[in-house]
Design a protein around this ligand. Structure first.
Ligand code: GRF
Length: 226
């Protein structure tokens, strides 16, 4: 059954676009019920409108406190009919009531190999630290920031001259593969959470052609369509 999913954004929405494209290609059995932004100038809102997807602007400055904002956010997501939530560059922490309402059905894309470099400057922090491998993580969301069970990770080389921008661009290319892939697995009911671990049920799907992602490593491996 097609999964109704709300997508929360704050910025350009390139991950949202990657998801929309895979839904339209038939690789993800999901429907975006609403795109919610906390930023009025988020280009993600334009991307949504271009595809006839309802949008909702909720500037956090309009609310007296986090609880009020969270309640409005939850109402917008619920009213859209969403049964799952994708955080695609949403730069706000969800409150406990929101997480409880959609427990084990909220997924976030983070531009670092968690548990290293949580927070909003993952790419820059990794570049400054001098790691030689960086990457991205798609994970379930719990009450703590960038903390829930990991679904899929992609590792990319980090180079001595990298800064946030160059390393971030290398990571973002892989985000556009693993974010839609994780949503497809969720929509297909193939993900089971076991404590800190996520188990992916096998399926009769051929592997993706990943020749264009070398020298990156993605695990679990991408499947056809991603
Ligand atoms: C991505 O790097 C994502 O990992 C991070 O914010 C960025 C959003 O990019 N959380 P976009 O809005 O999807 O283009």
């Amino acid at each position: 059954m097609t999964l109704p999913v709300a997508v929360l954004v704050s910025g350009s929405g390139s991950n949202l676009q990657a998801v929309i494209d895979r839904i339209e290609s038939g690789a993800i059995d999901a429907r975006v019920t609403v795109v919610v932004s906390n930023k009025p100038d988020a280009y993600a809102l334009t991307r949504a409108r271009n595809h006839g997807i309802p949008t909702c602007l909720l500037p956090h400055g309009d609310y007296p406190d986090r609880a009020a904002y969270d309640a409005a956010l939850l109402a917008a997501v619920r009213d859209s009919g969403a049964e799952a939530v994708l955080l695609a560059g949403f730069l706000r922490i969800l409150g406990a009531p929101f997480v409880a309402a959609y427990r084990d059905r909220i997924v976030n894309i983070h531009p670092a190999l968690l548990p290293s470099f949580p927070g909003i400057r993952g790419q820059g922090d990794a570049a400054a630290y001098g790691v030689t491998l960086a990457g991205a993580t798609v994970h379930f969301v719990d009450e703590k920031m960038d903390n829930g069970p990991i679904i899929i990770q992609a590792a990319v080389p980090a180079l001595p001259d990298d800064g946030a921008a160059t390393l971030g661009a290398r990571i973002l290319r892989l985000e556009h593969r693993i974010c839609p892939q994780a949503l497809a697995w969720l929509a297909a009911g193939r993900l089971t959470i076991e404590g800190r671990k996520t188990r992916l049920a096998p399926a009769d799907v051929p592997p993706a052609d990943t020749s264009d992602t070398a020298p990156c490593l993605v695990n679990p491996p991408l499947e056809a369509g991603f």
